[in-house]
Write a protein that binds this ligand. Structure first.
Ligand code: CUA
Length: 317
């Protein structure tokens, strides 16, 4: 069947699912628009006032009719709700074996970095058929990462991490947009996603890596910022050890327990006194202004690399 040029390409596993839901919404909307406007015109003509003396008959409510026209639309809207919610849940849960990419938005460009250290601006190379998970933040204002061909869109907000994932089903070049007005050159904050055969991707990735992996850069930053003075690996320092901390529960001085995820690590670097680990003094200085968002992301990768390994099934190539 020929595709309507109104629709973008279907290039991720989400694309057909989102489109099927959209078709359902369109069919329901068109059907009821025709039904309601048809009824308005038909009834206006059929029951028009024929003379000045004519008075309307009093009709009593038909309960069957009222129940029917309440229950059917309720059912149709509940289908919309559950269908939409199930796609939403799927889109908000990246698989554990996803390829991790860091994204930093700023006025007016997308900065992307692969775990192997490759950096890209307004371009992202990914392999075909592998889930890709983006961890995204902004250096300034709210942006929104939007790839119509993949049917994914997610706000990129300063001061927090948002995630987005997709699994490309087609090789090719797909448009990336910023979908949140972010200033003068918002419309120029665009780019391309290149979906490549896995072999081509591996070749691309190995071509000219500038400086080590993200975790290695994070390790270097960790010692450049003198974090090592207090965070000793064996826990003998003034700060807690960071070995094996990522993804684990952490007991705080105020009695709470939190999970050491990306957001927690970021906060502990920029606002160290927000969550003080039980048994330690709140004497870590803030690194706000001393380390960029990209620096924070590489520090997180370093801390992940000295943490427990994820229990995800090994990738087969
Ligand atoms: Cu960034 Cu619009």
């Amino acid at each position: 069947m020929g595709r309507l040029p109104l629709f973008p390409d279907q290039a991720s596993t989400f694309a057909p699912e989102v489109d099927h839901l959209l078709y359902y919404l369109l069919v329901v909307a068109v059907f009821f628009t025709l039904l309601i406007f048809g009824a308005i015109f038909y009834l206006a003509v059929r029951y028009r006032r024929r003379s000045d003396q004519e008075l309307p008959h009093v009709h009593h409510t038909g309960y069957v009719l009222e129940i029917v026209w309440s229950v059917i639309p309720f059912g149709l809207t509940m289908v919309m709700f559950t269908w939409g919610a199930s796609i939403y849940m799927k889109e908000s849960r990246p698989p554990a074996n996803a390829l991790q990419i860091n994204v930093v938005g700023k006025q007016w460009m997308w900065k992307l970095q692969h775990m192997e250290g490759q950096r890209e601006i307004n371009e992202l190379h990914v392999p075909l058929g592998r889930p890709v998970r983006l961890t995204m933040t902004s250096e300034d204002v709210i942006h929104s990462f939007f790839v119509p061909d993949f049917r994914v869109k997610q706000d990129v907000v300063p001061g927090r991490y948002s995630t987005l994932w997709f699994k490309p089903t087609k090789t090719g070049t797909f448009h990336l947009f910023c979908a949140e007005y972010c200033g003068t050159k918002h419309s120029g904050m665009i780019g391309w996603i290149y979906v490549m055969e896995p072999d081509d991707y591996a070749r691309w990735l190995s071509g000219g890596i500038p400086g080590g992996t993200l975790a290695e850069n994070g390790q270097k930053l960790f010692s450049d910022l003198a974090c090592t003075n207090c965070h000793h690996a064996d826990g003998s320092g003034r700060g807690p050890t960071l070995v094996n901390v990522f993804g684990r529960p952490v007991k705080l001085a105020d009695g709470r327990t939190v999970t050491a995820d990306e957001a927690y690590i970021r906060e502990s670097i920029l606002q160290p006194n927000a969550k003080v680990v039980a048994g330690y003094q709140p004497d870590m200085p803030t690194f706000q202004g001393l380390v960029t968002e990209e620096g924070v992301l590489s520090l997180i990768e370093y801390i992940k690399s000295i943490g427990p390994k994820p229990a995800a099934a090994p990738e087969t190539h």
